[in-house]
Design a protein around this ligand. Structure first.
Ligand code: CA
Length: 234
């Protein structure tokens, strides 16, 4: 996305809704590929990369949640769910599956565009000089590959969930800076109201475990500043 228009995969089977969204997104300089079914979505992502996915929950052949689950097997692509149902269960399921936000129909296309922008901003806070280097040397402790949305530790790709990825990315953008839990919630979660401070702690714990898997016996890169928050120490 650093090199051109952000690309959005829109999976929506209702033509009227899809048309207004395609128009709104293209007007705002997004490249949009629209497909009608989950199967078409999976075939499309197998052929090319996208910066973002907007998934209708109620698709004719599978649910948007299924599509998200399949997408997440290969990349932490940001996902916004659309749904006609205003169910708490859907919401929780969607967010657990790695969806970044959730919008109930009817919605305004401008609202969707604003949310996509906000999520993309969080997912890739800044274009990074290291972005050019796709194959980091093992000596580099942490390396961000924004196009693949992956973070490498000593050259090894970390298997992070979407929220773990975003949380570690926030810390990585400003090594040495202490972030409060509230700040981390705001940067790494689209809807901080839905989660608690404990959620941040749980994710940090999980990221630490994954880092320890690569850096056996080494000091934790994520340090706790008691009563304040967390910082990344490189
Ligand atoms: Ca539908």
């Amino acid at each position: 996305m650093e090199w051109g228009m952000p690309s959005v995969l829109l999976v929506e089977d209702e033509p009227a809704i899809a048309d207004t969204l395609v128009y709104a997104l293209e007007t705002e300089c997004f490249e949009v590929i629209h497909v009608l079914t989950g199967a078409a979505a999976l075939a499309t992502v197998a052929a090319r990369n996208f910066d973002f996915a907007i998934l209708d929950i109620g698709l004719p052949d599978m649910t948007g949640l299924d599509v998200c689950r399949r997408l997440r097997e290969s990349s932490p692509i940001p996902v916004l769910f659309l749904t006609a149902r205003d169910g708490e269960l859907d919401r929780i399921l969607g967010l657990e599956l790695g969806g970044d936000d959730y919008v109930t129909k009817p919605f305004s296309p401008r609202e969707i565009v604003a949310r996509v922008r906000a999520i993309l901003r969080r997912a890739t806070p800044q274009a990074h000089p290291q972005a050019v280097d796709q194959s980091p040397a093992a000596g580099v402790i942490l390396h961000h590959d924004p196009s693949a949305m992956r973070i490498h530790c000593h050259g090894e790709s970390l298997d992070l969930t979407a929220h773990e990825y975003k949380l570690l990315l926030v810390l990585l953008e400003k090594p040495g800076r202490v972030f409060t839990r509230d700040q981390l919630l705001e940067y790494a979660w689209q809807d901080p109201g839905a989660v608690t401070d404990r959620t941040v702690d749980a994710h940090v714990k999980s990221i630490r475990a994954k880092l320890r898997g690569v850096r056996v016996g080494a000091e934790d890169l994520i340090q706790t500043r008691r009563g304040l928050g967390y910082l990344l120490s490189l």
